[in-house]
Design a binder for this molecule. Structure first.
Ligand SMILES: Cc1ncc(COP(=O)(O)O)c(C=O)c1O
Length: 389
């Protein structure tokens, strides 16, 4: 529901944001513009580039529709659309880091983000350092004169620690560093990073916005201070996304509120139920009152999505694999945010600070749109197999 008299409810906004149907003959959806060349009316317009669209890499009515819809959700000055969630991480990092700069990255970050930092950023002369997900205001002690970016991801990939993002942003801004956040888990429906001091909000639109496990896309939204530099880097790199994928994500946005609500309810019901299962040592879901960061999550987030992890009670890889191999509905596959449930083994071997200890092996569950009772029965099969292994 709208919180004031001027703003409409989230599902109303998702249904109507991005494009104005009357800009395109009244058709409710925007055109899918396949474009490289854009014609100019004359040489002087060409020399001055004095028209809205100049070349396919620099935006089309299709990309504008999605970017405007995301800006409305994020409260951002501008949004770039890139071909994957991973590109949504790498492009802003390349936009704001130079040789000799220092970056602080949360240790529980999505593994390919870490891989990019440890390979390409280091090769380009950037000093890379990892910090604990619970650093909060204490991050101030790690910030150096050359720290340019503090990278956050909350909740954490696979282990779901919640970061004190406002405290981190305050400390970073005191020395002029900027804050980026991978906000894929919450989407802007359940957490709006820019409202909490973040400068650049990153999304793998592959997940909930697309929603159907068939599209790769990323969005990066910046506040007014960072928008120009982000956009110039995007143009310089030429890493624009294809129009069909952009259109599919705009289509997905229309139903994202309804889908997320279902993911949220099902995941929470299953998480609560799992807490009572004898084979489960812990359920790592921040919306559970038992979660150590529940208070921070409750303070900052307005909802939870459909992915969390469980810690099996004892055992090792044998039990973990027995659980996974017994599943009939959950598929064994990476990614999340789609309509179908997935399970993956969690590997924490890349971590330097946030690696536990945990009482047993971890399994990450993406709860899809299937019926909860069927998913519970499937998980029970997994727990029984783990117990017998
Ligand atoms: C937190 C997070 N960020 C970014 C990505 C990358 O998204 P994509 O698969 O579109 O590259 C993922 C993918 O799993 C993710 O989990």
């Amino acid at each position: 529901m709208a919180t004031d008299g001027n703003e409409m409810g989230i599902n109303t906004r998702l249904a109507h944001s991005g494009n104005n149907p009357h800009d395109y003959f009244g058709f409710v959806n925007p055109p899918i513009v396949h474009a490289s060349t854009v014609l100019y009316p004359n040489a002087s317009a060409m020399a001055a580039r004095s028209q809205k669209y100049t070349y396919g890499t620099r935006g089309t009515p299709t990309t504008d529709a999605l970017a405007h819809a995301i800006d409305a959700l994020e409260g951002s000055a501008g949004t770039i659309i890139v071909p994957s969630g991973l590109a949504a991480v790498t492009v802003p990092l390349l936009a704001f880091l130079s040789a000799g700069d220092h970056i602080l990255i949360v240790d529980s970050v999505y593994h390919p983000t870490r891989n990019f930092a440890d390979t390409m950023l280091k090769r380009l002369g950037v000093e890379v350092e990892y910090y604990a997900p619970h650093a909060g205001a204490g991050i101030a002690s790690l910030i150096k004169p050359n720290t340019k970016v503090v990278f956050t991801e909350s909740p954490a990939s696979n282990t779901f620690e919640v970061q004190d993002v406002p405290a981190i942003a305050k400390a970073a801004h005191e020395t002029g560093a900027i804050v980026m956040m991978d906000n894929t888990w919450a989407t802007p429906l359940y957490f709006r990073p820019l409202d909490h001091g973040v400068d650049i909000s990153i999304h793998a639109a592959t997940k909930y916005p697309a929603g159907h496990s068939d599209v790769l896309l990323g969005t990066v939204s910046a506040n007014a201070n960072c928008w120009k530099q982000l956009c110039e880097t995007f143009y310089t790199m030429g890493c624009c996304a294809g129009p069909d994928d952009v259109y599919q994500v705009l289509r997905g946005l229309r139903t994202m509120g309804v889908r997320l609500d279902h993911h949220q309810k099902s995941a929470l019901a299953i998480a609560v139920w799992l807490e009572g299962q004898p084979g489960v040592a812990r359920v790592l879901h921040p919306a559970l009152p038992s979660h150590p960061d529940h208070a921070v999550w409750k303070r900052d987030f307005s909802g939870s999505s459909g992915i969390f992890s469980i810690v099996l009670k004892g055992g090792g890889q044998r039990q973990q694999h027995a659980f996974l191999d017994a599943l009939k509905i959950f598929g064994l596959g990476y990614s999340w945010g789609g309509y179908e449930s997935l399970a993956v083994p969690v590997f924490l071997g890349d971590r330097t600070v946030a690696k536990g200890p945990y009482d047993g092996p971890l399994i990450r569950l993406q709860i899809g749109l299937e019926d909860v009772e069927d998913l519970m029965a499937d998980i029970l099969r997994g727990l029984e197999a783990a117990a017998a292994a």
